[in-house]
Design a protein around this ligand. Structure first.
Ligand SMILES: CC(C)(COP(=O)(O)OP(=O)(O)OC[C@H]1O[C@@H](n2cnc3c(N)ncnc32)[C@H](O)[C@@H]1OP(=O)(O)O)[C@@H](O)C(=O)NCCC(=O)NCCS
Length: 160
């Protein structure tokens, strides 16, 4: 990773190419195309931020805002920048943005086999609601999660 500590800033249309490149590297067949990233960034109901390391986008997070609810569209960190706290910082920025937009609940779906993402969301205080069977194209289940504004931490999870 570059030596300059990344800043979290609002995403701009000019970030789409690099975001689509990271999508491809992380999600392969399930990656958003460049056109889908362009479309996401252009929508009024969306909020996107990127982690910018001296002009290089290393990760991003996005929300669908529909107060009082928000949905996490994605959290993604380039492989070479993972494990350094960027995912956490991006998710914190997304949660703050949802509350600032007047939302009181944030929902998400995550692959049941994605241990890194499940741990990230658990640590941020999201609670597991249930599973959606064979939700993803390859037959993997989704775990559904929710964070409520001002929800007390779950015993046994947040005090570890
Ligand atoms: C999930 C993802 C965004 C995490 O980003 P990251 O920058 O590596 O995460 P951080 O360094 O901020 O770590 C935050 C927490 O996530 C969890 N975590 C991160 N990587 C992990 C791993 N490989 N295994 C287990 N837990 C992990 C840990 O709880 C960690 O907290 P800790 O370091 O205090 O234990 C990143 O791995 C990624 O982009 N994965 C591919 C895309 C993806 O699956 N996105 C989520 C679904 S849309």
């Amino acid at each position: 990773m570059a030596t300059v500590p990344p800043v979290i800033r609002p995403a701009a249309a000019a970030d789409a190419a690099r975001m689509a490149e990271i999508e491809q590297r992380l999600f392969a067949a399930d990656a958003w195309s460049r056109a889908q990233v362009d479309d996401e960034l252009a929508r009024q109901t969306r909020w996107y931020a990127v982690a910018d390391s001296d002009g290089a986008v290393m990760g991003y997070a996005g929300l669908y805002l529909s107060p009082p609810d928000a949905d996490v569209q994605t959290v993604a960190v380039a492989p070479e920048a993972q494990g350094c706290g960027l995912g956490s910082r991006l998710l914190t920025a997304a949660v703050d943005a949802a509350w600032a937009a007047g939302c009181t609940r944030i929902f998400l779906e995550v692959r049941a086999d994605n241990d890194a993402a499940l741990a990230l969301y658990d640590r941020a205080g999201f609670r597991r609601l249930g599973r959606r069977s064979r939700y993803y194209r390859d037959g993997t289940d989704a775990v559904t999660m929710r964070l409520r504004r001002n929800e007390p931490p779950e015993l046994g999870v947040a005090h570890g």
